[in-house]
Design a protein around this ligand. Structure first.
Ligand SMILES: Nc1ncnc2c1ncn2[C@@H]1O[C@H](COP(=O)(O)OP(=O)(O)OP(=O)(O)O)[C@@H](O)[C@H]1O
Ligand SMILES: [Mg+2]
Length: 227
C-alpha cells in the first residue's frame, strides 16, 4: 500500500491549483477554530476506511473547490464573519462497484470541512436514509427528513441501489426536489448507468438531477479486487 499524501500538503497544492487563496473571513482565530472543529467532526463521522480519503477525480476536486468558492463569495456579499456553505453546485457521480465513489465523497467532504468554512456535512447511503425515514414508533420521520434535507452539504451515496417502491420513489422525489429548490450543494452517487437511473428514479427526479448536477462517470476496475 502506498502512503497516503499528508492532508496539509495536499490542501496547499489544492488551494494553489484552484486559486483558493482568498481569505475565508476577517477573523483568523475564528477560521482556525472552525478548521479544528471540522477535523473533530470528520474524526467522528468519517468511517475508518475513508479517514484519509482525498478526492482524486478532477471533477470532484473542482466541485469541492466550487463549493468553497461559492460559500466565500456569498458570505462576503452578506457581510458574514465567516464563509458558510449556502447555495452551490451539485454533482452526480456514477460508476460501477468499487471504483471509488464513496472514497471520493468522503474525500470531498473532508477537504471542504478542513478549509475552515462553516460547512456541516452529512454523508448517508440511500439505503440508510430510507431506514432512517421508515415510519417507526416514537420517531418523527418528518423531523428526520428535515435533518437530512436541510444539511448545508449533503451526499447521498448509492442512489437507485435499493429496491424501488412507491414509498422510495416519494422519498427520492421529495429529497431531490428540496435540494433542487434550495440550490443546496449535494453530491449523489450511483452504480446505475444514466439510462437505468432515469428508469429507476422516474422522470421527475431525473429531470431535476440533470439540471442541478454535473454528471461524472468514474471508469476503471473494482479496486476491491485489485488488492
Ligand atoms: N483514490 C483511492 N485511493 C486509494 N484507495 C481507494 C481510492 N478510491 C477507492 N479506494 C479504495 O477502494 C475500495 C473501493 O472504494 P469505494 O468503496 O469508494 O468504491 P465505490 O465506488 O463506492 O463502490 P460501491 O459502488 O460498491 O459502493 C475501498 O477499499 C477504498 O478505500
Ligand atoms: Mg460506495
Amino acid at each position: 500500500m502506498t502512503t497516503p499524501p499528508s492532508t496539509d500538503e495536499w490542501l496547499t497544492d489544492f488551494k494553489a491549483r484552484h486559486s483558493l487563496d482568498m481569505p475565508l473571513g476577517a477573523d483568523e482565530r475564528l477560521i482556525s477554530e472552525r478548521a479544528q472543529k471540522a477535523a473533530e467532526y470528520a474524526a467522528e463521522h468519517v468511517p475508518a476506511r475513508f479517514e484519509h480519503a482525498l478526492p482524486t477525480v478532477p471533477e470532484v476536486q473542482a466541485w469541492a473547490a466550487e463549493v468553497i468558492r461559492s460559500a466565500v463569495t456569498q458570505s462576503q456579499a452578506r457581510g458574514q464573519q465567516i464563509a458558510t456553505v449556502q447555495r452551490g453546485p451539485s454533482l452526480l457521480l456514477l460508476g460501477p462497484t468499487g471504483v471509488g465513489k464513496t472514497h471520493e465523497t468522503y474525500g470531498a467532504m473532508r477537504v471542504i470541512g478542513l478549509f475552515g468554512l462553516h460547512a456541516r456535512w452529512l454523508v448517508i447511503s440511500a439505503a440508510d436514509l430510507y431506514a432512517r425515514l421508515r415510519p417507526r414508533h416514537q420517531v418523527d420521520a418528518e423531523a428526520e427528513f428535515a435533518a437530512v434535507v436541510n444539511a448545508p452539504l449533503l451526499a447521498v451515496d448509492d442512489l437507485a441501489a435499493a429496491k424501488n417502491s412507491e414509498w422510495v420513489e416519494e422519498v427520492n422525489t421529495r429529497l431531490v426536489n428540496r435540494r433542487y429548490e434550495a440550490a443546496r450543494p449535494t453530491l449523489f452517487t450511483s452504480n446505475a448507468l444514466p439510462k437505468q437511473l432515469r428508469a429507476e428514479m422516474g422522470e421527475r427526479v431525473a429531470s431535476r438531477l440533470v439540471e442541478m448536477c454535473q454528471q461524472v462517470s468514474i471508469k476503471g476496475e473494482d479496486r476491491r479486487r485489485a488488492t
